[in-house]
Write a protein that binds this ligand. Structure first.
Ligand code: EAX
Length: 336
């Protein structure tokens, strides 16, 4: 009898122990959605982040990645984060600008000249002030990742100079500045989600699109687009987002671990994006694309033609934001 009571007490002590320690080791299962295939640095970075969250939270938070828009487009996934039905996603600053318009400033054409410069602007006070605008929209901005410099492809003709844009029907991201940019160059812009784009190009609903080499390659646009021009008309950053409804449920320790994982994954993601953007131009030529190198002089003329669009959006963004944006670029150039 005595012995039974001893075992009983031990069992209750163990049970109590298990109950009191369980909140700290509670399992959080999170979902991360991306719009691009597994071979694109957006998803490669997402998988690295998921792995790092697992290690840094010692298994308390498990992130499962759903790639290739299986959970919807960037716009749909971002709104799912706000509603708490999805936990992480990585949209372009251009689509995020529909919620916080200041993010659109990154897309002002021909602003950035190198990736290193973009890092300095985005990781410095300018980029961090942008991320600080997200919580009021029920989003947490963890880091800027890279999509890269965007280039135009089409199925009609080689685009070398500004007049060649005339009459080309081009898909753009769902962003007003990009729409006006391509209308301003003389083409007809049709906004749509990236996951609808291959079919639109294949059926010739549109003639053209613009994206970094990594997207052109991952989405196999070379199967439906003959001409590629190195316009480099805008630099595109991605933003690693967490939903605030999800974030608010996490412990301090888990938030800190996730922030550290985001920081580490960012270095890896940018490095991967740069390596692939460097390698994939040759791969696209090998797939049969005809590549036209756009000269600095022609880029200058494109920028000239876009002055009214740049001025219109500078007015919309406001002097303060635009001068701090160009100021941050100038500072990055001087290396300070
Ligand atoms: O979100 O929509 C696009 O063209 C973007 O480059 C891409 O999907 C990243």
């Amino acid at each position: 009898m005595k012995l039974n009571r001893f075992w009983g007490a031990l069992a209750s002590a163990l049970l109590l122990g298990a109950l009191t320690t369980s909140p700290a080791s509670a399992q959080v299962k999170a979902k991360l959605g991306t719009s691009l295939p597994d071979t694109h640095p957006q998803t490669i970075g997402a998988r690295k982040f998921a792995e790092l969250v697992g290690t840094r939270t010692e298994g308390r938070v498990t992130v499962t990645v759903y790639s290739n828009a299986t959970l919807g487009s960037d716009v749909q996934m971002t709104s799912a984060l706000q509603g708490g039905t999805l936990d992480f996603t990585v949209p372009s600053t251009a689509t995020l600008a529909n919620l916080v318009k200041d993010f659109g400033v990154i897309g002002l054409p021909f602003s950035f000249t190198s990736e290193k410069q973009a890092d300095a602007v985005l990781d410095g006070p300018f980029g961090q002030a942008l991320l600080a605008k997200l919580p009021e929209k029920k989003l947490i901005g963890l880091a800027f990742w890279e999509n890269g410099f965007r280039n135009v492809t089409n199925s009609r003709r080689s685009i070398e100079k500004v007049d060649d844009f005339s009459g080309i029907k081009i898909r753009t991201m769902q962003n007003n500045l990009y729409i006006d940019m391509f209308n301003g160059l003389g083409s007809n812009a049709v906004p749509m989600a990236v996951n609808e784009l291959f079919t639109a190009l294949e059926t010739r609903a549109v003639d053209a699109q613009e994206n970094p080499f990594t997207v052109i390659h991952a989405q196999k646009f070379f199967d439906v687009q003959k001409y590629l021009s190195t316009t480099g008309h805008a630099y595109d950053a991605l933003v690693l987002l967490a939903g605030k409804p999800f974030w608010d449920k996490l412990s301090e320790a888990d938030r800190g671990a996730i922030e550290a994982a985001a920081k580490e994954a960012t270095l890896f993601q940018r490095e991967t994006s740069r390596r692939l953007n460097g390698d994939l131009k040759a791969a696209l030529a090998k797939e049969g694309m005809q590549i036209t190198e756009v000269t600095p002089e022609q880029r200058g003329l494109m920028r000239e033609k876009l002055k009214p669009v740049i001025n219109k959006y500078a007015a919309q963004f406001g002097d303060e934001l635009v001068s701090s944006f160009y100021g941050a670029i100038a500072k990055a150039n001087s290396g300070n």
